[in-house]
Design a protein around this ligand. Structure first.
Ligand SMILES: Nc1ncnc2c1ncn2[C@@H]1O[C@H](COP(=O)(O)OP(=O)(O)OP(=O)(O)O)[C@@H](O)[C@H]1O
Length: 290
């Protein structure tokens, strides 16, 4: 049985897939600091001129050419992933490892070369609590807007409104503009809305772990019925116990690359072992050239 009000299947149940092949994605840095960053990369000497890896934080920062050129962050590098129906996949890794970027590619927010990415099935992305919400409209108006956007009829929109209202428990705030909500209140509304329609592929960032204790308890109950009726789940979280509970497979990202991909128990054991190992010492700064 579906845990939410509406079912949004677009391909037959059990046939959803995510296929990503040799995907690389970089973000150019346009900030004023890019100039001094370029100088810093240059000072590091020729070997490090096109690459500066910081330990366990972020993707590589690179320059386009040895003589300078634009500076960019390599968020993903040569990533290949195949995910089939029935899989519950967790993404783990250090801050800036590329987990959210990979989720955003799967959600179609970043659209690299279409030859690299093929998604089959209807996708819902719980990546950003504000996504799709208009802060100037009331909570109730946002529910109606979302219902229309999903193609629901008037009766279904009424059902959606009742469902989200009873889940979010915002009382009178539901009729006030969303810009007046606290961050926890926005999570209640955003989460209630996003989980009211069962997708075939559910992509989640860890924001839903926000909210008070009672909310989290109810959120996890609601989520478990949605997750059980989706074909594919991909979730990223630093809460390893959450991943162990939900996931059958883990992908360990490091510096934009896939370091390990396999059954949850195997990848988690390797990841925990590495986390407990002492940090390698940072290399001393190189002497200025010339
Ligand atoms: N919009 C952007 N513009 C520039 N750089 C970005 C952008 N989004 C991500 N990055 C960079 O890409 C790299 C990967 O970031 P990403 O958000 O995917 O990491 P993450 O694994 O989700 O990290 P965290 O665990 O801290 O959320 C980081 O080095 C980050 O600085």
């Amino acid at each position: 049985m579906s845990g939410s009000l509406f079912d949004a299947r677009r391909v037959p149940a059990g046939t959803s897939t995510i296929s990503i092949r040799n995907l690389s994605l970089e973000f150019p840095i346009f900030h004023g600091g890019a100039r001094s960053l370029k100088k810093m990369l240059f000072r590091q000497g020729k070997a490090a001129l096109t690459s500066s890896r910081s330990l366990r934080t972020g993707g590589e920062v690179r320059t386009g050419r040895p003589d300078g050129g634009p500076v960019y962050v390599q968020a993903l590098e040569d990533v290949s992933v195949e995910i089939r129906s029935g899989e519950r996949v967790g993404l783990i890794g250090h801050n800036g490892a590329g987990k959210s970027t990979l989720l955003r590619v799967m959600a179609g927010i970043y659209m690299p070369d279409s030859l690299n990415v093929a998604i089959r099935g209807q996708v819902a992305a719980l990546l950003d609590v504000n996504s799709g919400m208009n802060p100037e409209l009331t909570g109730r108006e946002n529910i109606t807007l979302m219902g229309r956007h999903k193609g629901l009829n008037t009766t279904q929109i009424r059902q959606l409104e009742q469902d989200v209202e009873s889940f979010a428990q915002l009382d009178t705030f539901l009729d006030l503009p969303v810009r007046l909500y606290s961050s926890g209140m926005i999570v209640r509304l955003g989460f209630g809305l996003a989980t009211a329609i069962t997708p075939q592929i559910l992509l989640m960032d860890e924001w839903f772990m926000a909210g008070d204790f009672h909310f989290r308890e109810r959120a996890e109950q609601r989520l478990s019925s949605v997750v059980n009726s989706t074909d594919i789940l991909v979730i990223t979280s630093h809460a390893l116990d959450v991943l162990e509970t939900w996931c059958t497979r883990l992908i360990w990202m490091e510096g934009g690359r896939i370091r390990m991909d396999g059954p949850t128990a195997d990848v988690m054991a390797a990841y925990r072992e590495e986390m407990q190992a002492p940090e390698p010492e940072a290399a001393p700064p190189a002497e200025p050239a010339g």
